[in-house]
Design a protein around this ligand. Structure first.
Ligand code: PLP
Length: 401
């Protein structure tokens, strides 16, 4: 049999999907499963989005489109990021892709040669490692444990950038922790970045509209406008608009980088589909009441989740201020046994597996995100499921001895 390329041996299926699959299987077997595993927003966009998609279908040009994205889509994106203070960009600074994941993949392919270093904080979004590994880049992991609120410090960043990685990849608000960097924290990190001109900065900020408690969303370019020739901002429709399956992602950054992504698109995908593009324009430029209402709902759900974890002795759970995740450090419970089921909890994977078996609650082990002391709760399930799911988790902890 002919051989596969060696890069395929480095690509791993997502650990998150593995948990979701197990939960799905148990559900199919008739078990009552509450899923806090997969990071989907679990709502649908407003009717105006569907109306725009239907209308585009009626007007179908039947043609290929722009490798960068249609002018209407780029203009809608520019308007959208202008609202969060990212102004002064033009269409030439932007590019689109089949979701943020695809844009990040394209960027990594465009910026990293084999053996180049990409540095990023831990916990990280799983695909960062997978993409870097497929591309045979070296990974410099910057550990940010619960004790430091899962946030990167300026001195850690300084030490990492002094080693001149080709790319520093940042994520704010964070998946899996939900943590959000304050204006001062971003400013302090931006000061460090300014000292190291040889490193590109990708800031994956797709949860920028899901920020709670009035902390606001802050970006390195806000803090230091001079960084815009090296900072690449990533956005997506997936979470903000409840449109993960529509697959629309964006970047705004230096013209040369946008052009590189356009070149990648011309070879990978050619263009975003016309109907999807019309829906995306409607989402970005149309009424914003659905995303606003969902952000408020997620803030309230965050409170509900935190009320439970704050009351569990030994759990360290920094309070998230964005996205829709909570990431408790549960390592104080490793080595215990779940009384009623007799299941042993040796580590995060054992914990999540026992929780799923014993209580029918699916969470993702922290090791999927490089932090094996924790687990991730994604709390976008239908509201009536949240309280019972949390109660089962509370009981499970209480039954560990
Ligand atoms: C931090 C982060 N970046 C990127 C993505 C990918 O988003 P998209 O659906 O636009 O590909 C996700 C999805 O979970 C994410 O959590």
């Amino acid at each position: 049999m002919p051989q596969f390329a060696s890069r395929l041996g480095r690509a791993k299926p997502s650990a998150i999907m593995q948990v979701a699959e197990k939960a799905k299987r148990l559900k199919a077997e008739g078990r009552d499963i509450i899923s806090f595993s997969i990071g989907v927003p679990n709502f649908l966009p407003g009717e105006h989005v569907y109306a725009a998609a239907r209308e585009a279908l009626e007007r179908d040009s039947g043609q290929y489109g722009s490798n960068r994205g249609s002018d209407a889509l780029l203009d809608a994106f520019l308007g959208h990021i202008g609202e969060i203070g990212l102004t002064g960009y033009t269409r030439a600074n932007c590019a689109t892709g089949i979701g943020a994941k695809h844009v990040i993949y394209n960027l990594c392919e465009a910026l990293l040669d084999e053996g180049d270093t990409i540095a990023f904080p831990v916990p990280y979004w799983t695909s960062y490692v997978d993409i870097a590994e497929i591309l045979n880049a070296k990974i410099d992991l910057l550990p940010c444990p619960a004790e430091q609120d899962y946030k990167l410090t300026p001195s850690q960043l300084d030490a990492a950038l002094a080693k001149k990685p080709r790319v520093f990849l940042f994520n704010n608000p964070s998946n899996p922790t939900g943590m959000v960097y304050s204006k001062d924290e971003i400013s302090a990190l931006a000061d460090v970045i300014a000292k190291y001109p040889d490193t590109w900065v990708i800031t994956d900020d797709i949860y920028n509209r899901m920020v709670f408690d009035g902390v606001g969303y802050h970006n390195f370019v806000h803090a230091r406008p001079g960084l815009r020739d090296r900072v690449i901002f990533i956005d997506s429709l997936s979470k903000t608009y409840g449109m993960p399956g529509w697959r629309v992602g964006f970047m705004a950054g230096p013209e040369s980088v946008a052009k590189a992504v356009v070149t990648m698109n011309s070879n990978h995908i050619t263009n975003l589909p016309e109907v999807t593009t019309a829906a995306a324009v409607a989402a970005l430029a149309g009424p914003q009441d659905v995303p606003r209402a969902k952000c408020a709902e997620f803030a309230a759900k965050r409170d509900q989740v935190m009320a439970v974890f704050d009351a569990i002795p030994g759990v360290v759970c920094p309070r998230p201020q964005g996205a829709f995740y909570v990431f408790p450090d549960i390592s104080a419970y490793f080595g215990k046994t779940h009384g009623p089921s007799g299941l042993k909890v040796d580590d995060d994977v054992g914990f999540c597996s026992a929780l799923l078996e014993a209580k029918g609650v699916a969470c993702v082990p922290g090791s999927a995100f490089g932090e094996p002391r924790a687990l991730r709760i994604s709390y976008t399930c239908p509201t009536p499921q949240l309280a019972p799911g949390l109660e089962r988790i509370r009981e499970f902890f209480a039954e560990l001895a």
